[in-house]
Ligand binder design. Structure first.
Ligand SMILES: Cc1ncc(C[n+]2csc(CCOP(=O)(O)OP(=O)(O)O)c2C)c(N)n1
Ligand SMILES: [Mg+2]
Length: 583
């Protein structure tokens, strides 16, 4: 019977991406563990394969081939000590910038160290034999497939990056005997562009620039992005911590989080991704056909699983280039349409129960100008993103989304307050986050420009929200998941005594009325004598109810029917129905 490609998905993806990235020349060494790879390559006329029994010699052959042809060259070897013999050739490649791809085939990595024949540990190559080393395990589901596709793209891009060099892929095999696959899977190739290279055209259709967390924008970047948006009729999809305050700004978080309504306005042809970890995932609310990432680090960061290009350069250079080069955008009304759709949903917000979300709703427009605002993980950043902070207030907004910890919010605010002695620095955070890092308000560097709004619901209310996986435990989630009842269990005195003893002015509220009475002073732009702590007591039931109201402002007929079926069948029933429908 004729032989085609192996049935092993990870190997198919690797071969398809080798073709995408132009890796054509191979030096193969004999063995059983690389049969699936070599057997697949040798029937495909795209590849030019040479044989070498000795892996040491194979690696040096690859050096010669790469140096003289200017092309990348792949190596393939089996298990046992085969890969160890690549070390000298790869060392030559490393210091000579030669693009050699060492593919070492391997058994399941869990077998390492169990005295099984031919299994050695390849997880830690010497640092000067490969610029990048990745593991490509067997693929069982879509997540594995996505991870393999992105990691292989990243590895193959590294072959030519920064002058070029060797790269290692450890490819797991199950020794499949099936070579009946006639066509390779469709894979998503990712390209990298650096300054001075030929750039692709901006596709036609809707264009969005999407910004995660971002440091304060410099003037040139702001101008270049605005110019870009004017030319391509693009929007800048933001959340407060994006810190873009230009005229193409849209915060679609309320619209995009409607669980019973899919807005077509969130579909775009190209999304240009800037910044770091988003607080509340506005980019994930968009449905983009493809994503380009622009960052000086030039790394492959596939946050939205649609990445097709990475631009390794400053954001200013990227936008300045496109603002002057290429044709104009053709979807002229996108900004107006999207803003209109967001406003339409916003209009539907009903009277909310007293909660972090209600507080945000009634505060964002009353914040003082030109302050620094820090938002706590997670309920606070969510609430204060759903209710957008007006850009004209010129507020710098940050959150510890890098590691997403609740452990250092007060200390981070303190650091910011030290850096900006003449600016008010206000933090909004939950009770667990406050108590975690409470020692920071006793630090002797605390001064009068620091203010804290502590929303005390007596637990991590996140885990009691109606849509959280812990919600199915109801009250039982309180004990260990939401960690309720600690730190005085919403004591009216604990924070008050501690904060006042440390020289803070203390304010408190436990209702809409008392909040509204106090917020004017707390959010006054005037610098007081002392730092201020405003403790607001809310109820976790209200927090959850408010969120549910905000996520179900709009319902379409289709989603109503879906919810009715779910309600009738329950979780188990839906799972069974899905299985039956798959068959
Ligand atoms: C150091 C650390 N531990 C645990 C978590 C998981 N976590 C995320 S939100 C949260 C609850 C925070 O509670 P609180 O500060 O009271 O805010 P609330 O959600 O109640 O407004 C926890 C424990 C985390 N993000 N960081
Ligand atoms: Mg809490």
């Amino acid at each position: 019977m004729d032989k085609f490609y192996t049935s092993e998905k990870n190997t198919q993806i690797l071969i398809a991406l080798m073709k995408f990235h132009g890796v054509r020349k191979i030096v193969a060494s004999p063995g059983a563990t690389n049969v699936c790879l070599v057997g697949s390559l040798q029937h495909d006329p795209y590849f030019e394969i040479y044989s070498s029994v000795d892996e040491r010699s194979a690696a040096y052959m690859a050096c010669g081939l790469a140096r003289s042809s200017g092309e990348p060259v792949a190596l393939s070897c089996t298990g046992a000590t085969a890969s160890r013999n690549y070390v000298s050739g790869l060392t030559e490649a490393y210091y000579s910038n030669l693009p050699i791809l060492a593919i070492t085939s391997a058994q399941h990595t869990g077998r390492t160290g169990h005295l099984m024949p031919q299994v050695i540990d390849r997880s830690n190559p010497m640092h000067d034999i490969a610029k990048k080393s990745i593991q490509v395990p067997t693929i069982h589901d879509k997540e594995d497939q996505w991870a393999a596709e992105v990691a292989i793209n990243d590895a193959l891009l590294e072959l030519r990056r920064h002058g070029g060099g060797p790269v290692h892929i450890n490819l797991v095999t199950t020794y499949s005997p099936d070579f009946s696959v006639k066509t390779l899977p469709n894979v998503r190739g990712i390209k990298r562009y650096c300054a001075g290279e030929d750039f692709p055209e901006i596709p036609s259709g809707r264009i969005a620039v999407c910004v995660g967390a971002h440091i304060i924008w410099n003037k040139r970047l702001l101008e270049c992005v605005n110019e870009f948006c004017r030319k391509y009729h693009a929007v800048v999809v933001c959340e407060p911590i994006s810190n873009y305050r230009g005229k193409y700004r849209v915060n679609p978080s309320l619209l995009g989080n409607q669980t019973e309504y899919d807005s077509q306005m969130l579909c775009v042809d190209l999304m240009i991704h800037l910044g770091t970890v988003s607080g509340f995932g506005v980019g994930s609310l968009m449905d983009a056909r493809e994503v380009w990432r622009v960052h000086p680090d030039g790394e492959v960061r596939d946050t939205f699983r649609k990445l097709t290009a990475v631009f390794e350069m400053s954001e200013d250079d990227f936008f300045c280039y496109y603002a002057t080069a290429g044709s104009r955008g053709n979807y002229t009304d996108y900004y107006e349409e999207l803003i209109h759709e967001c406003a339409r949903i916003y209009e539907k917000v009903p009277e909310l129960p007293f909660s972090n979300a209600w507080i945000a709703q009634h505060t964002v427009r009353n914040l003082p100008h030109n302050i620094e605002l820090h938002l706590g993980i997670l309920n606070s950043i969510r609430a204060w993103t759903l209710f957008d902070i007006p850009p004209e207030l010129d507020i710098d907004i940050f959150s510890n989304t890098g590691g997403y910890g609740i452990d250092g919010l007060v200390s981070t605010l303190l650091g910011a307050a030290i850096a900006n002695p003449d600016k008010l620095c206000i933090g909004v955070l939950g009770d667990l986050a406050f108590f975690y890092d409470m020692n920071a308000i006793g630090n002797r560097h605390v001064s009068n420009n620091m203010r804290l709004l502590v929303i005390n619901n007596g637990r991590g209310t996140e885990f009691r929200n109606y849509n959280h996986p812990a919600a199915r435990f109801g009250e039982q989630a309180d004990a260990f998941m939401a960690a309720a009842g600690h730190y005085g269990n919403k004591s009216p005195d604990l924070i008050k005594c501690y904060a006042t003893c440390l020289g803070f002015e203390y304010m408190t509220a436990d209702s809409k009325k008392t909040y509204l009475e106090n917020m004017g002073r707390f959010f006054s732009g005037e610098m007081f004598e002392r730092p201020v702590l405003f403790e607001v007591f809310t109820d976790s039931r209200n927090e959850s109810d408010a969120l549910k109201m905000l996520y179900t402002l709009e319902t379409t007929a289709g989603s109503k029917a879906k919810h009715a079926v779910k309600h009738m069948l329950g979780e188990k029933g839906v799972a069974t129905l899905k299985k039956v429908m798959k068959k």
